[in-house]
Design a protein around this ligand. Structure first.
Ligand code: ADP
Length: 495
């Protein structure tokens, strides 16, 4: 029996998941991780606590099956992206708290960059929209705010890594300092086309090359762990959304997945062609299955996100008290035939692609004396689907290729009303797989293929099983009428 271990280090927990050679999940253990919010808009984590949580999760799953590290044939890592750790090469101690992807502390600097003559160059080279999310401005902040940090970085005394890099460095006792193309493509420091750290970007963010990890393919033997977990081959690395794309078996151009969590993350595989968005979607690297270390088979994806998706359901529950649990939203929405003209645009933190309007704010429109709780709950669920359709429309307009079907996962994808409405408003099938733990599954695929446990993407595609397929039932004219009404509501929310 060959065991494959996936580490899924997310924003709220570090998980370890064990798979057998048929890609079936045998064990899972999650350890929660705290976030600190020291100032408005700031989000930090303790990198040592992340490592301790991940380590505890590994011990727990090995323990459940009475395995030792040497029983593990391959290990893949999927991680929260963009979160930035800077540490001392000698002591291994972080020199500052990890700056989490959500942290807005560098928003002013990014605003200046976006207004500068360099903006077009940055967006063209990196495929990203200039924003505080990405690691570049976070590294710059640490180097400017920790005494001596910049000089020490130039001398190679301190190192940068995203969470994948940090975990692999800890798992190898400081021997291996690497990241993969998918994570590197989120730093705003990598040339998306060449897959190399870009000298111009390093200059703009004032990041010394000596502190950067080596960029390696997402699938391929990187190193073998030492210390308490000695003997595990690390053979897969991908940022969480790219791992989920692989876990949904989206290995070819035109295959798309949407993850319905707090927000939504939609990714469409773009094959070997670098995408150039005219709708302000992000161009990013998809996990490549190239274990030889060359990047001539570089693969790309287009990415768009909805800021508030499942979070609107939380808001109905926690702030309005309209529902008791998130699951209640389904029968309540289904208790009415439509929203009675009510639209809910949950622009609580502005609007993302294709609008990019940070000053937009939420609106509930079309209320009448007969509007009820059920209409508002239904409108909130529909808003998740309308916003996702706008992302898919933008992706199709950018690529000129139709998205054939949408593969779904994430906490809110269990909602059958939402999934049916999503299919209706897209006019495309929505397909929910049996295993919705797609992030860890993708990390396992990357590692297992690299170690020859699976022959390639063709084989792991056969593991992907449908739980339920939702076919569109809404007539096309009604669909477009509804979409027009949604766009009118959005215009009310815009700044
Ligand atoms: P994240 O990874 O972003 O923390 P999850 O994938 O765990 O999110 O999904 C949690 C989100 O899904 C919450 O915002 C919650 O409101 C929403 N959610 C959970 N169950 C349902 C449901 N049955 N219907 C609608 N939304 C749901």
């Amino acid at each position: 029996m060959s065991y494959v271990l996936a580490l899924d280090e997310g924003t709220t927990s570090a998980r370890a998941v064990l798979y057998n050679e048929r890609g079936e999940r045998l064990a899972v253990h999650a350890v929660p991780i705290d976030c600190a919010y020291p100032k408005p808009g700031w989000v930090e984590q303790d990198a040592n606590a992340i490592w301790r949580a991940q380590s505890a999760a590994i011990h727990a799953v090995l323990g459940q099956w009475n395995l030792t590290p040497r029983d593990i044939a391959a290990c893949g890592i999927a991680n929260q992206r963009e979160t930035t750790v800077v540490w001392d090469r000698k002591t291994g101690e972080p020199i500052a708290p990890a700056i989490v992807w959500q942290c807005r502390r560098t928003a002013d600097f990014c605003g200046e960059l976006a207004a500068s003559p360099y903006a077009a160059l940055i967006e063209k080279k990196t495929g990203l929209v200039i924003d505080a999310y990405f690691s570049g401005s976070k590294i710059r902040w640490i180097l400017e705010n920790v005494p001596q940090a910049l000089a020490r970085a130039r001398d190679g005394e301190i190192l940068f890594g995203t969470i994948d890099t940090w975990l692999i460095w800890k798992l190898t006792g400081g021997e291996t300092h690497v990241t993969d193309y998918t994570n590197a493509s989120r730093t705003m420091l990598m040339d998306l086309a060449t897959g190399e750290w870009d000298r111009d970007m390093l200059g703009l963010f004032n990041v010394p090359p000596a502190m950067l990890p080596k960029i390696v393919p997402s699938s391929g033997r990187v190193t073998v762990t030492t210390g308490e977990f000695a003997g595990i081959p690390i053979s897969g690395i991908a940022g969480d959304q790219q791992a989920a794309l692989a876990g949904q078996a989206c290995f070819r151009a035109g295959l798309s997945k949407n993850t319905y969590g707090t927000g939504c993350f939609a990714l469409t595989h773009a094959g070997n062609r670098q995408p150039h968005s005219s709708h302000r979607l992000l161009g990013t690297r998809a996990a490549s299955f190239d274990s030889k270390g060359s990047d001539d088979k570089a693969t790309f994806a287009v990415e768009g996100s909805v800021f508030v998706a499942g979070a609107v359901i939380q808001w109905l529950r926690d702030s309005l008290g309209l529902i008791t649990t998130a699951a209640d939203s389904e029968p309540i929405a289904a208790s009415v035939p439509d929203t009675g003209g009510v639209h809910f645009v949950p622009a609580f933190v502005g609007l993302g692609a294709p609008y990019w309007d940070p000053s937009a704010r939420g609106v509930i429109s079309g209320l009448t004396r007969s509007s009820s709780r059920a209409h508002i709950v239904r409108a909130a669920l529909e808003s998740i689907a309308f916003q996702s359709r706008e992302l898919i429309d933008a992706m199709e307009a950018d690529s000129g290729e139709p998205v054939v079907e949408l593969r779904v996962d994430g906490g809110a994808a269990v909602n059958n009303f939402l999934m049916q409405f999503q299919a209706d408003i897209l006019g495309k099938p929505v397909v929910r797989p049996a295993d919705v733990e797609t992030t860890s599954l993708g990390a396992a695929y990357l590692a297992g293929i690299a170690e020859g446990i699976w022959s390639g993407t063709d084989q792991v595609e056969t593991f992907w099983k449908v739980d339920r397929r939702f076919d569109p039932r809404m007539p096309a004219d009604e669909r477009e009428e509804r979409m027009n009404a949604w766009c009118k509501a959005v215009s009310r929310a815009r700044s």
